[in-house]
Design a protein around this ligand. Structure first.
Ligand code: SAM
Length: 434
């Protein structure tokens, strides 16, 4: 079976790491961020080309991507600032066009499979037309695909992190996404399923770490033996006896704010005279469709004290100054954020503190990446072995899931109707050609 994988927009390497852990073989990454490339190379031992994937006529890029007949998968998550609810949601943001650069590379390389990741804002960006067009193009190219919004907490991540994933193949295999394996409670978002084990809580994920330092250094573990299953998992490959990136970035003039916050409380629960000026500016802003920003995904919470016994909220580049530890009066450290993203303690990031925070916040959690990679690998193995297998007669949208909740916003309903029409046209075509 082919195992070679190319990672686009590879960042710090979360997606590639998971694919490697599943027994596949990332052959190189590409990213515009120099620090992320160094992190990728140092940890994965694979080259990462520091290139702009938006410059489609760059000769180095063209050489690198000359058709690889033997590539199992192209994987990657184009940047999402333009789509993110924390960003501008500007359909015309040039970074949004990078989703079509991703498509163009799949078109050139023609892997058997691809995996595409993005934020949920992609679903409603440009009135659903961006995602519809992307799906349509993949199908025209001969790929059968599934699109689903997933929450990685349902796969055992100690973090509620909702992402849109599209997986496609051109071998005609019908397939499902991996089964969800865990219940989780993240406060606002939860899925409590009887018989399913719980995803680790924030507390369980970070409790085995030693006390924080005041600046970057290797801090030895306090408990020589791991204190729970997740702690064991995090320490598995770490033979340094301690952790890096575990220093407090607390701001002295925020100390009073930290002390007043109880778990679950945010800047808006503080007396107004303690609000940060930047928060005050955003607090009452309404976005274009009239929804107050605090009702949207990436609400301007300013700072927030987390709950110990829930999974963490989505880790972003801001978490190491906005997410306050459940017990201590300080924000999460970079290492705590990395653990919540399921990077083992041996994973060392390169660059400044803010560059590392961005790399961690951007990453596809390796734990989830491994699960998705195993699914691709198993289906490919079955399909390639000639076993009885549900093969499709032509490229199509096999299925999609836009939300787990019972209702949809008008914008999401519009996207739903576009994708539905795509599927019903397929049925008619199938019928016509039967
Ligand atoms: C969402 S992150 C992907 C994270 C990665 N999948 C991981 O698992 O760690 C998006 C990445 O795209 C990179 N990027 C943004 N614009 C780019 C461009 N024009 N060319 C190449 N990479 C770009 C960013 O530096 C960032 O690392």
């Amino acid at each position: 079976m082919l195992r070679r994988v190319i990672s686009l927009f590879s960042g710090a390497g979360g997606l590639s790491l998971g694919f490697a852990q599943a027994g596949l073989k990332p052959i190189f990454g590409i990213d515009i961020n120099h620090d992320a490339c160094i992190t990728y190379e140092n940890n994965l031992g694979i080259s990462c080309h520091n290139l702009d994937l938006g410059a489609s006529n760059n000769s180095e890029l063209l050489n690198l991507l000359s058709p690889h007949q033997d590539v199992l998968a192209v994987i990657g998550g184009p940047p999402c600032q333009g789509f993110s609810s924390a960003g501008s949601r500007n359909g015309l943001d040039p970074r949004n066009l990078l989703i079509f650069n991703y498509f163009a590379i799949v078109e050139k390389v023609r892997p058997l499979w691809f995996l595409f990741e993005n934020v949920e804002g992609l679903l409603t960006s440009n009135n659903g037309k961006s995602v519809f067009e992307l799906v349509r193009r993949f199908i025209s190219l001969g790929y059968s695909l599934r699109l689903e919004k997933v929450n990685f907490a349902a796969y055992g991540l100690p973090q509620s992190r909702k992402r849109v994933i599209i997986i496609g193949n051109r071998v005609g295999a019908s397939f499902n996404f991996p089964f969800e394996t865990h219940s989780f409670d993240a406060g606002k978002h939860n899925k409590l399923l009887p018989l399913f084990p719980h995803s680790p809580t924030l507390d369980e994920a970070i409790l085995g770490l030693p006390e924080v330092a005041t600046s970057e250094c290797l801090i030895p573990y306090t408990n020589i033996t791991p204190i729970n299953e997740y702690d064991t998992f995090m320490r598995l490959l770490n033979d340094s006896g301690g952790v890096k990136h575990h220093f407090s970035s607390k701001r002295d003039n925020d100390l009073e704010r930290y002390k007043l916050l109880k778990p679950g409380q945010t800047m808006k629960d503080l007396p107004e005279n303690l609000w940060h000026p930047s928060y005050r500016k955003r607090a009452f802003r309404r976005v274009l469709d009239g929804t107050p920003t605090e009702k949207r995904g990436g609400a301007p919470v300013g700072i927030k004290r987390l709950h110990a016994h829930q999974c963490s909220p989505t880790i972003t580049s801001a978490s190491s100054h906005e997410c306050i530890h459940p017990v201590f009066d300080r924000p999460l450290t970079l290492r705590e954020c990395a653990r919540l993203q399921s990077f083992g303690d041996d994973y060392v990031f390169s660059g400044s503190t803010s560059s590392i925070a961005t790399q961690i916040g951007n990453a596809f959690p390796p734990l989830a990446a491994k699960i998705f990679a195993e699914t691709v690998s198993q289906i490919e193995g079955k399909a390639g072995s000639g076993m009885a297998f549900p093969f499709l007669r032509k490229a199509q949208l096999i299925g999609y899931r836009l939300t787990d909740s019972s209702g949809m916003s008008p914008k999401l309903m519009h996207t739903d109707s576009l994708l539905k029409s795509l599927m019903s046209n397929q049925v008619e075509e199938k019928f016509l050609h039967a």
